[in-house]
Design a binder for this molecule. Structure first.
Ligand code: ZN
Length: 482
């Protein structure tokens, strides 16, 4: 063919054309081989697919069409696999998925074991979608949890619930320069408040010393007796032998008006990731969401120290009612955001509870409930139930304002005030005392709390010796107590 177009005076150019045509022909041949081969193998595969897929089905049926479409329609550069290879590939994929499923399950179970919930961890493994006994990784995980369980002791390093400290705080000072600015409130803050930095220092030292945060509901535990009646008994918190349980609470989580501008958070919020947090107005007027009080500060600490919490326990938040709750003025129906605030408080409380936080009544009006008459107690408590309890949900913990108990008796409560509070569902009563102290009666639990505020740190440092090395904790900007 190339001979016909041969020209004698343009030899160079002809040679080039020749080479190009040769090249073109070779290209076409290669292409034909590839395309032909492709269709050949596709046909074979399509047939073999039909044979495997349509076992027992009339060969005349069009069942294979979907498969054919898939094979013809896709221009996958991958080499076509034999049925055996396909089967092998599928098996490998299934094995990979199984391993991933098992690893995820063990990870979830380990998280439960980290917070000392070994039974929960074992249950988690047993919830495996399949026969867990056939999976060595799962049975050996259970063996591991069972073995660790055997090393646990009731109450860890303690012999009795009498030794358990219940520590408490007020709202933490996020900005000490504002709280301790020498105005008329400075001395009050110095007495009764703790800074965020001091709180973190305390939690770190307690963690290092083997303390583990537990729920008051595990310290004094409600059980059903043989006769079916409910009663309270000392709990059997199962911990490693060197661990020491403690309870945590925070009073007046209301962010009162008087604290505005003094370096405190202004309210509890749920942040954009669905995590409980706090909101604070910064110097320049902008609103910042972050670790400005105990709730988010502790959450952040637990992220890196998850074994600081027993079965996901958090603190108890004690609320009064006279200025609303958690920074929302839900006490004031004339507030333009009244209805909206009530809904927000409901949601914030719901999320806090999901994260393990508990609530307590701290009375409505923050009065001395020891001196209070029966009539006042009824009125005050009813109002709290109506305005606060209705938003945060039922609670059985009552934390006395100023730590003053409704009764001074060391025997069983006998006042009509107790009868009334008991009738409303309060079964845990908390006062204040320098040492751990608890009474577990059949029908209620009474537990005092140790303050960890400026007064305790500066005036009675010897009382905190068992808990901290205060020299590493006290904020250097804290003034002298006056
Ligand atoms: Zn209080």
């Amino acid at each position: 063919m190339s001979e016909n177009f041969k020209s004698t005076n343009e030899l160079n150019s002809n040679n080039k054309k020749k080479r190009f045509k040769k090249f073109l022909i070779i290209e076409i041949i290669i292409l034909c081989i590839i395309v032909g081969g492709y269709f050949y193998f596709t046909l074979i595969k399509s047939n073999s697919d039909k044979n495997t897929d349509n076992t027992g089905v009339d060969s005349g049926q069009v069942v294979g069409e979907a498969d054919g479409d898939k094979n013809n329609g896709t221009i996958t550069p991958e080499p076509t696999l034999t049925p055996e290879e396909l089967e092998q590939q599928q098996k490998e994929q299934e094995q990979k998925e199984l391993e991933e499923k098992i690893n995820a399950l063990i990870k979830d179970a380990d998280a439960l074991a980290t917070v000392y919930d070994y039974d929960g961890a074992i249950e988690k493994i047993k919830s495996f979608d399949g026969d867990y006994l056939e999976q060595v990784a799962l049975t050996s995980a259970i063996d591991g949890y069972e073995a660790t369980k055997l090393t646990l002791d009731p109450l860890g390093a303690y012999d009795s619930v009498d030794q358990i400290s219940h520590i408490f705080f007020h709202s933490l000072i996020a900005d000490p320069s504002k709280a301790f600015d020498d105005d008329y409130k400075t001395n009050g803050y110095n007495y009764y408040m703790t800074t965020v930095g001091e709180f973190i220092g305390m939690m770190q030292q307690m963690y290092d010393d083997g303390y583990v945060l537990v729920s008051i509901h595990d310290v004094g535990k409600k059980v059903k007796g043989d006769d079916g009646t409910e009663k309270y008994v000392p709990g059997d918190i199962m911990l490693p032998p060197d661990k020491k349980p403690f309870v945590l609470s925070q009073d007046d989580v209301n962010y009162y008006e008087y604290m505005t501008g003094d370096g405190f958070a202004r309210r509890i919020v749920i942040d954009e990731n669905g995590r409980p947090s706090t909101e604070m107005i910064l110097e320049d007027g902008t609103i910042s969401v972050g670790d400005y009080d105990m709730v988010p500060v502790l959450e952040t600490f637990l992220e890196t120290h998850p074994d600081f919490s027993y079965k996901g326990a958090r603190g108890i938040l004690a609320l009064t009612g006279y200025e609303g709750s958690m920074g929302y003025r839900t006490n004031d129906p004339s507030s333009p955001t009244y209805e909206q605030d009530k809904e927000t408080v409901k949601n914030v409380a719901k999320v806090l509870k999901e994260w393990g936080w508990e609530f307590a009544s701290h009375s409505y009006g923050h009065r001395d409930m020891g001196k209070a008459t029966y009539t006042f107690t009824v009125k005050d408590t009813d109002r709290w139930m109506e305005e606060v309890g209705s938003l945060i949900g039922p609670t059985d913990v009552y934390i006395f304002p100023y730590g003053i108990d409704i009764e001074t008796t060391l025997d069983h409560y006998s006042s009509d005030k107790f009868e009334y509070l008991k009738k409303l569902g309060f079964d845990y009563y908390c006062g204040v005392f320098k040492d751990p102290w608890i009474q577990v009666k059949t029908d209620y639990v009474r537990m005092t709390r140790r303050p960890l505020d400026g007064q305790a740190m500066l005036q009675f440092p010897e009382r905190l010796k068992d808990l901290f090395d205060l020299s590493k904790i006290i904020d250097s900007t804290r003034p002298e107590l006056k």
